[in-house]
Ligand binder design. Structure first.
Ligand code: AMP
Length: 220
């Protein structure tokens, strides 16, 4: 299965993509995670990307498209993948289709996660991530067993620079502007499924599961 998860920052794309990865055995590709690794390792791509990320702005298309293009060439993604945080612009969506088309494949399904803005701000402001393994927690909705420590690897939990409220508002605004053409593009292709991402992580997971199972059964 070749999947794309769309949705605003805070919709739970990362959390749900990891769940799909575990349940269906298809690897997740998160452009946000890739960029954060580059920033942490202080590579030249990382220092370039950081100047955009800190402001809640998008990293330019050419750089992101190149990252994804290189990833998709790796054999582990040949049987399928779940993209999270990409494509974010129409140019990225079109480039993705071209890359896949050149290999004779295509995206099977696009899931568009929907949550209202106030819930997104509450989710993002309370979000904490493990600086070592990237696992996502939330102070209120999904607290770690030991304060400040990751349940999975014991790493330190930190707040992302761009999860501060003023940056969150800016990211949501950028998303609103950039996402509409991407959603419309996929809508025209008839592969877009809207999924409500309000409420508990488990309920959202079940909704996604239902969509994926019905797709697997051939119900389009
Ligand atoms: P995320 O973890 O998906 O919220 O991404 C964090 C930040 O990384 C975004 O605010 C952007 O600055 C950058 N980023 C991640 N994915 C993309 C993308 N597909 N296009 C442009 N910028 C991106």
């Amino acid at each position: 299965m070749r999947l794309v998860l769309l949705g605003p920052p805070g919709a739970g794309k990362g959390t749900q993509a990891r769940m799909v990865q575990e349940a269906y055995g298809i690897p997740q590709i998160s452009t946000g995670d890739i960029l954060r690794e580059e920033v942490a390792e202080k590579t030249s791509l990382g220092s370039y990307a950081a100047t955009f990320m800190e402001r809640g702005a998008l990293v330019p298309d050419e750089a992101i498209i190149e990252i994804v293009r290189r990833r998709l060439k790796q054999p582990e993604y040949a049987q399928g993948f779940i993209l999270d945080g990409f494509p974010r612009t129409l140019a990225q969506a079109e480039a993705l289709d071209r890359v896949l088309e050149a290999e004779g494949s295509a995206i099977d399904l696009i899931l568009n996660l929907q949550v209202d803005e106030e819930e997104l701000v509450a989710r993002l402001a309370g979000r904490r991530i493990c600086e070592r393994c990237g696992e996502v927690f939330h102070l209120r909705f999904h607290p770690p067993r030991v304060e400040g420590r990751c349940d999975r690897c014991g790493g330190r939990l930190i707040q992302r620079e761009d999860d501060r409220e003023e940056v969150i508002r800016r990211r949501l605004k950028v998303y609103g502007e950039e996402a509409a053409p991407v959603v419309a593009y996929y809508g025209r292709k008839g592969k877009l499924k809207e999924v409500s991402a309000t409420g508990e992580i488990e309920s959202v997971k079940e909704r996604i599961d239902r969509v994926l199972k019905s797709w697997s059964r051939g119900e389009r």
